[in-house]
Design a protein around this ligand. Structure first.
Ligand code: FAD
Ligand code: DLZ
Ligand code: SF4
Length: 506
């Protein structure tokens, strides 16, 4: 029996379920570089390089093991440009008895896979993606019958399941959560570590040239590419983070600083999402650092919560709620995405900094995504689908399963609060407290109205005014709505007029 094992570009793990039980003598692994995957949204040039270069290195490592790989490069003369077309062509090249795959990370591709089972006349086995710490079935079991799917309870459930940072049934240190300690701004004299980046090798340079030719009109810088594209280098990036980033990860998790693209963040999401690193091994490396005294409990707990908590949680929500999830628009937001998201040309210094980093690295850290580009899109009432397309395009770690719940749910509240109990709306005061951006800005975060006022200030109150009906009864927004109730009609009108003038000028 010959099996065709079709491995996708974000399934680059030797232990991925599609490769388990492989018969090296008979089976064939199919990998295909296809134009459609680079253009269904116009991905950042570095993301395309990352995926294709990592695919080529992964194929080479399988071949080195004696596994037969049928690899279709992007510039193959007959390349059909799509997964479906390449699978059809592969079936014409090889006589196979069945196709084995691991479930994909996107609903779009899931639908394709179901069609392959119907259309190709060869049995298709779709296996669970068991690289996650919580299966889709287990998430559904946990979620069943709950009115609100809150991260905190899911996270506690998984802490108990894994036994990580637990003493019996209780959290180590007596607390589940060290968020209160994790909200520090960066002191002026704090040394920010330099982070390990990786010079492209010959294979990666070849992919860079190809992407430069074919996708030159896509967003993003190509030449600054410094991502790891092999498992060995991804492991080196993990070790680097555990040594220089993790000890201070918690304290400065919500901080932002001009010119510091990585701060103490892991910058490991592209590798986790591609499969070069596993969630379990990343968490275990952090737990080891805690046991060895190399990182304190609040830092390690904060980090574990991101992966064991948020990463697993958003995946569970995605598969449980799709496909309807993507179509909700609780706040009826419908404005077009401003062009400056692509050009970076804006007078708002915080956004300009974040957009420049995004262009440079195909990366921005969480708080930049949430409180700068995300917060602005929420306050300005940008249509969810347009914001989602932008996030899916510009970040090296972006796949629908993780990007969509973060953008649609956490940032835009378009799901009406299924994922987060309130919208993360904030005014300029928050950005000023957590960053040094305002000092170099043409606007003043302390002014609420007038030509010099920080736009986040009037946008914030305008957002509460225009969304009073859907949001007023949210218990977590009682305080701002009380303040709004005390505002004079004249002040309200001024806010609305200034916001409208600003939005019309975008
Ligand atoms: P760290 O801050 O160091 O966190 C460690 C790890 O925890 C990350 O590598 C990541 O795997 C995980 N993690 C942290 N927060 C989240 C989260 N909210 N959801 C899922 N995993 C999380 N993350 C993606 O991987 N892909 C995306 O497409 C993506 N889109 C986002 C869109 C928006 C609007 C927002 C607000 C967040 C998004 N995130 C996304 C989550 C988060 O911003 C990134 O995972 C994080 O910035 C990656 O950088 P890091 O590795 O330095 O993370
Ligand atoms: C993101 C991406 C890109 C740019 N190119 C390819 C490709 O050429 N071949 C491939 O197998 N995968 C690619 N990917 C990753 C896929 O988009 C990803 O596997 C699906 O979205 C499912 O998660
Ligand atoms: Fe951003 Fe407002 Fe600060 Fe300018 S003043 S950097 S727009 S928060």
């Amino acid at each position: 029996m010959t099996t065709l094992r079709f491995v996708l570009g974000d399934q680059l793990s030797r232990n991925v379920s599609a490769l388990q039980d492989i018969d090296r003598a008979r089976d064939i692994v199919l990998m295909a570089e296809v134009r459609e995957e680079a253009t269904y949204v116009r991905h950042h040039q570095q993301k395309i390089v990352l995926v294709l270069a990592a695919m080529r290195h992964f194929a080479a490592s399988l071949r080195a093991e004696g596994i037969g790989v049928d690899y279709v490069p992007l510039d193959d003369a007959g390349n059909s440009g799509s997964f479906t077309g390449e699978l059809r062509r592969a079936l014409a090249r090889h006589a196979v008895d069945r196709i084995v795959m691991t479930e994909p990370g996107e609903w779009r591709v899931w639908e394709m896979m179901l069609a392959w089972g119907r259309d190709f006349g060869v049995p298709v086995e779709i296996r669970e993606d068991d690289r996650f710490l919580c299966s889709r079935t287990e998430f559904d079991r946990w979620a069943a019958g709950r009115q609100n799917l809150r991260l905190e309870f899911f996270y506690r459930y998984l802490r108990r399941q894994t036994g990580w940072l637990m003493t019996g049934d209780e959290p180590q240190g007596g607390r589940w959560n060290y968020d209160v300690e994790n909200r520090k701004a960066i002191p002026r004299d704090l040394r920010i570590p330099t982070r390990r980046r990786f010079a492209p090798d010959a294979i990666t340079r070849e992919v860079m040239a190809l992407v430069g030719q074919r996708f030159a009109d896509h967003f993003g810088e190509l030449e600054s590419f410094g991502w790891a594209v092999t498992r060995a280098d991804a492991l080196a990036a993990l070790r680097d983070f555990i040594t220089v980033g993790l000890p201070q990860f918690g304290a400065y998790q919500d901080a932002m600083k001009t010119g510091e693209d990585w701060l103490f963040h892991a910058a490991l999401s592209p590798y986790l999402n591609l499969g070069l690193l596993g969630a379990r091994e990343v968490c275990e490396a952090a737990l080891d650092a805690f046991r060895n005294g190399a990182a304190p409990l609040p830092a390690v707990e904060g980090f574990i919560r991101q992966i064991l908590g948020w990463r697993e949680y958003v995946r569970g929500v995605y598969w449980r709620q799709m496909p309807a999830y993507a179509n909700t628009n609780f706040l009826k937001a419908n404005r077009d995405l401003p062009a400056f998201y692509w050009t970076g040309q804006t007078g708002l210094n915080c956004l300009r900094e974040c957009l420049a980093a995004t262009r440079r690295n195909a990366y921005a850290h969480h708080i930049q995504r949430l409180m700068l580009t995300g917060n602005f899109a929420l306050l300005a009432g940008i249509a969810p689908a347009q914001v989602e397309e932008w996030y899916l395009s510009v970040y090296a770690d972006a796949y629908d399963w993780v990007e969509l719940p973060n953008t649609h749910g956490m940032v835009l509240h378009a799901d009406g609060g299924l994922l987060g109990s309130k919208p993360y709306a904030a005014s300029g005061a928050y950005i000023n407290r957590m960053s040094d951006y305002c000092a170099a800005c043409a606007y003043d975060p302390k002014l609420k109205t007038g030509p010099k006022a920080c736009p986040f200030n009037y946008l914030y109150w305008h957002f509460l005014i225009v969304n009073e009906e859907p949001l007023r009864s949210n218990p977590r927004l009682t305080m701002p709505y009380r303040t709004l109730a005390r505002m004079t009609g004249e002040r309200r009108q001024q806010i609305v007029a200034e916001t409208q003038a600003f939005l019309n000028g975008l």
